[in-house]
Write a new protein. Structure first.
Length: 71
């Protein structure tokens, strides 16, 4: 497994564990967190592991998750 695959697997696992521990979160909050985690992984993969890409992906994913979580 190369470094990017290890990072992606670790990020997904951390996101899932983090969200599962937040039972008090609203549906919209959970979707925001999941979107941010998925966006961070996607941004890092698309930019070859760049921290800027990961942060940018997290922001975009979080916004998308937040908007899809609205009733």
């Amino acid at each position: 497994m190369n470094t990017m695959q290890k990072f992606a697997v670790g990020a997904v696992a951390a996101t899932l564990l983090g969200v599962s521990g937040c039972s008090g979160m609203s549906r919209q909050d959970k979707r925001t967190a999941i979107g941010a985690g998925a966006g961070a992984v996607g941004g890092a993969i698309l930019t070859g592991g760049s921290p800027v890409g990961a942060v940018g992906g997290a922001v975009v994913g979080g916004v998308i998750g937040h908007e899809t979580g609205k009733k």
